[in-house]
Design a protein around this ligand. Structure first.
Ligand SMILES: [Fe+2]
Ligand SMILES: [Fe+2]
Length: 168
């Protein structure tokens, strides 16, 4: 599997999220290319970064009226659980699983950015959310009911959005 590369198409017009995603790509690539000697350290860096990355997005969702159990946050939790399972198995000597998981993340991450993060970025722009201060410039644009879905359109459930619907 080719090592993961950032591409312009992964940008979602939200500088803070794009910067975090570029860091994620570099950390996935580091795991993909790591020797057995260094792979555990590279993996632990990726896992710590992913925990912070997802926690940041979850916090922005909480600040802008997403329901606690919305699909996007749920997907974050599921992926972190899978990654933590990988850490456990690697500690028992199955280092190769980390490389396989990094390869899977290299496929999953661009899809998640396109399907979920782009919807969140769209929502944050709609309400005029400033990630630095947490200020919401257009509170009148906040949804009446907590969002259960991914944020691209308030009525959507947990089904994956159709390409192009995420706003952009
Ligand atoms: Fe993200
Ligand atoms: Fe996300």
């Amino acid at each position: 599997m080719a090592e993961m590369q950032w591409s312009e198409g992964m940008g979602i017009d939200m500088p803070q999220m794009d910067a975090t995603h570029q860091e994620s790509v570099a950390l996935v690539r580091a795991v993909q290319g790591a020797s057995d000697e260094h792979i555990m350290a590279a993996w632990e860096q990726l896992l710590a970064h992913t925990e912070a990355h997802f926690a940041q997005e979850d916090a922005w969702m909480q600040a802008t009226r997403f329901a606690a159990g919305n699909c996007h946050s749920t997907q974050h939790q599921q992926v972190l659980q899978i990654m933590q399972g990988g850490t456990e198995r690697a500690r028992q000597g199955r280092l190769g699983e980390l490389r396989l998981m990094a390869n899977e993340l290299a496929v999953w991450l661009p899809h998640h950015i396109d399907a979920m993060d782009a919807g969140l970025a769209y929502h944050l722009r709609q309400v005029g959310f400033d990630p630095a201060s947490g200020h919401i410039a257009h509170p009148e644009a906040l949804p009446q009911e907590p969002l259960q879905g991914w944020g691209g359109a308030s009525a959507m459930g947990c089904d994956e959005p159709v390409a192009g619907q995420a706003g952009g």
